[in-house]
Design a protein around this ligand. Structure first.
Ligand SMILES: *Cc1c(COP(=O)(O)O)cnc(C)c1O
Length: 354
């Protein structure tokens, strides 16, 4: 089975080798040192500075999204959520469950997010913007510069779920004044699922995190930040994932994040070009390099099932109302161009038979 999914993705041999080993005990200076190195390398990968806090959570990405919201905001804050698909919807759900006041910028499928969508919310007293930089359910990449400017003008904190964008699209924590950035292990990092990294700006840490009761023991940032002073976590972390994270971050450091993004982008663009030549339709809104959504209406599910059953090729199906509209082809992890040639051919054959 070959994965063209978005997470988990095809892993690198170095990661698989680490995953096969006996795990060490973690309350040791040796493990602390690895975690402190992870902190430095991760900050570097997103252009964050030394004073920004990094926490390592043992949870899938959603747990880190929830942690970001409950550690930074209270019922006195009004929040704005960009809802352009199922991951935006999730931020709304988190606010609802934790009884936080929020409004949604609802973006129908196929529409591009522009400044105009935000105008009705200009200078209306919102405290924070919650956004999935890449709305992975549709593949749309939002304009981080535009969002950052809106937050600056409105004196809002900018909370960025970069789980689908990290390693595929440009992210600059400092330049865009990001306050919280969330990444999880199973996307471009190509690690096992179950761990997440959250970077917290100095200002939101000082002004919000330190004075906010998260109401949660396991995901409390204050505890995590205190423990990270010495390279530790409050509870048993996903030791194996953080060891393989260390290997991946070193690899990314050596290649350079810019170069890594460039390679993913080249693969995505080449795939889109060749796919469109074969008559495959791709949406018009701005796309992340992480994946290519393909319009396969009304047979998306049959296409996905055919590729899996007949060719052992696993693309990413959609749920909900896009179930028969889109399949998504990931460009993350250990994939190369030859894999896509095989996929394109198989796609054409399956489609012919439908
Ligand atoms: C994958 C992803 C998540 C994380 O989902 P989990 O299943 O909880 O790991 C969150 N947001 C975005 C944008 C994603 O792509």
């Amino acid at each position: 089975m070959k994965l063209f999914t978005i997470g988990p993705v095809e892993m690198f041999p170095e990661t698989l080798a680490i995953n096969a080993e006996q795990l060490p005990y973690f309350r040791t200076p040796e493990f602390s040192e690895i975690m402190l190195e992870n902190e430095v390398l991760f900050r570097e990968s997103i252009c964050a500075s030394r004073n920004d806090k990094v926490v390592f959570l043992t949870t899938s990405g959603t747990g880190a999204m929830e942690a970001a919201v409950i550690n930074c905001f209270t019922s006195n804050d009004r929040l704005l959520v960009i809802n352009g698909g199922s991951f935006g919807e999730r931020f709304g759900e988190i606010c609802r469950i934790h009884k936080l006041l929020y409004d949604e910028v609802h973006l129908p499928f196929g529409e591009k997010l522009t400044r105009e969508n935000l105008e009705p919310y200009y200078k209306k007293g919102y405290k924070g913007l919650l956004v999935n930089l890449h709305e992975t359910s549709t593949g749309q990449l939002y304009d981080i510069g535009m969002l950052a400017e809106f937050c600056r003008e409105n004196d809002m904190y900018l909370i960025v779920d970069a789980i689908g964008a990290y390693g595929a699209d440009e992210i600059d924590f400092k330049k865009y004044g990001i306050d919280v950035l969330i990444v999880s292990s199973q996307k471009a990092l190509a690690l096992a699922p179950g761990a997440a990294v959250v970077v917290i700006s100095e200002r939101i840490y000082r002004d919000k995190v330190t004075v906010t009761e998260s109401g949660c023991l396991y995901l409390d940032f204050k505890q995590h930040i205190d423990n990270m002073e010495r390279g530790q976590t409050p509870f048993t972390p996903a030791v194996g994932i953080f060891l393989s994270l260390n290997q991946r971050l070193k690899q990314i450091h050596n290649i350079g994040m810019k170069q890594m993004i460039k390679e993913v982008k080249e693969l995505a663009l080449k795939f889109r070009r060749e796919a469109e030549e074969k008559g495959v339709k791709v949406p018009e809104y701005p796309l992340s390099n992480a994946l290519t959504p393909i319009i396969a209406e009304p047979y998306a599910e049959e296409l996905y099932l055919g590729l899996k059953a007949e060719y052992g090729l696993m693309v990413t199906p959609n749920g909900g109302e896009l179930r028969q509209v889109l399949v998504r082809i990931g460009h993350l992890g250990n994939v190369r161009w030859e894999d896509y040639e095989e996929l394109l051919e198989a796609m054409c054959e399956v489609k012919k038979r439908l």
